[in-house]
Design a protein around this ligand. Sequence first.
Ligand SMILES: Cc1ncc(COP(=O)(O)OP(=O)(O)O)c(N)n1
Ligand SMILES: Cc1nc(C(=O)O)sc1CCOP(=O)(O)O
Ligand SMILES: [Mg+2]
Length: 535
Amino acid sequence: MALNNKKNLPTLSSKHICTHLDYQHKGLSLKAMQEEMTFTLVNESAKQRIPHVLTVAGSDSGAGAGIQADLKACAARGVYCSTVITAVTAQNTIGVQDVSILPEDSVAEQLKSVLSDMHVDVVKTGMLPSTSIVKILHEGLKRFPVRALVVDPVMVSTSGVVLAGPSVLDTFRWDLLPMADIVTPNLKEASTLLGWPQLETITDMCSAAKSIHNMGPRNVLVKGGHLPSSSDAVDIFFNGEDIYELRSSRIQTPNTHGTGCTLASCIAAELAKVAKRYVESVLKFSKDVTIGGGPQGPLDHLCKLKRNVYHSRKLQPLDPDDLFVYAVTDSGMNRKWGHTITDSVRAAIEGGATIVQLREKDAETGSFLEAAKECLKICRHHNVPLLINDRIDIAIACDADGVHVGQSDMPVQTARSLLGPEKIIGVSCKTPEQALKAWKDGADYIGSGGVFPTNTKANNRTIGLDGLKTVCSASKLPVVAIGGINLSNARSVMELDVPNLKGVAVVSALFHRECVGTETEKLHALLTETVAAKK
Ligand SMILES: Cc1ncc(COP(=O)(O)OP(=O)(O)O)c(N)n1
Ligand SMILES: Cc1nc(C(=O)O)sc1CCOP(=O)(O)O
Ligand SMILES: [Mg+2]
């Protein structure tokens, strides 16, 4: 199968589409993706974590489609697959004999169990049979953001039984599609989503892909398997800019039950794996695998059978919980207290800082780079990410974990193309529009403020707690609050009822103090207490 676009870009095999999505997610071009697709060596000392897809779908007793197809497809692709079952169907090769929708509470509990404990990289959806189940999923994903969402808008079974009725459509359109990294409708699902008559030509499919893209997903794959007029099987992929035709010869067979679920699961699995980290070696997985935080994790049943396994040091550049106590340095404050940058960073980390940003506005490049290298050693030792403010060059030179940029700094997309998909990029946002753009451009988190007035940053507009809440609500990314936050007001920030607000970023409350470690400890304790009281 070949993937061609109208601008004569490189031809890619279809298995690269997922890598393209991953890179596009991080703002990289097709060309950059191809160049980057060299396999890298594994960091043997790093903690092992296997790629993980969560499928939210219906059970098919015949095991051709639904949850069972997803499990098998993910297993075949070498990816761990957890499940949230939305409905139990009785079906076989003849048709669907019964559909029982699971109680909403059960779906909500399954979702919470998995997302609150396990490191899910990608969520893939199949049969979502009721409005409330779509809403539960929508809320769950806002509370526990994942790396990517693959939506297979299952509506009608191959045999013609309705699996998600018209009442679900609006929630689907308004809540789920805008969160999706890719949506994969077949011809019937595409026309139903759009309220259009049947799609009959490739031109119809292209128009449909563009119109569905307007509903908010990052990418659309309209599957043309049922296109009557074509002797080939043609799918149309649209990423918001370019349209691609995926053409392969049609295989004449009646054995097509489950193809949609399998395709969407494979896309999810490939996204979860991050293709460039593919290494051809046998690794003894299960004894060191970390899947959950509880005392009794499941076995990775298939790893021993595999000859090729994916091993990733860090599949997700940022763990949103890392934003909890975000320490931002300031050289002026360090000088005033006679602290070196490294002393301050060490003290903050020992006091409980969960991420550190070097914000050295007046540092000379050479000494900043040396200090950054030293800080990186300390951060790596404690497994705390180190970001660099503004200076992408310093971040690249010292191999920091990422950068933080503002609205007038280097654009996120450019930073991403320089740093690659595995570095963390944070961006400052004061408005919902900026928050939405941050997600589209491939940022990993948002810094939002000034929540309160601050003397640390000149002429900074204060947005208040309400402004922070507005940004959080519009954001599909985790958010850290910043600006004038200290021990006396941090509680009011963390008490805000917004699930994606993950922590506070502070400068003076930690570094304009004699004892950085003690202040960090106090802040950490206060935030922990506030979060515990909310539960
Ligand atoms: C976590 C975090 N949030 C916001 C900022 C501010 O960045 P920016 O708007 O670029 O301003 P400067 O810090 O560069 O003055 C930040 N640094 N960190
Ligand atoms: C660096 C920075 N950015 C802000 C923003 O609003 O984006 S406020 C700010 C300064 C934060 O320092 P302090 O914790 O000392 O108030
Ligand atoms: Mg900046």
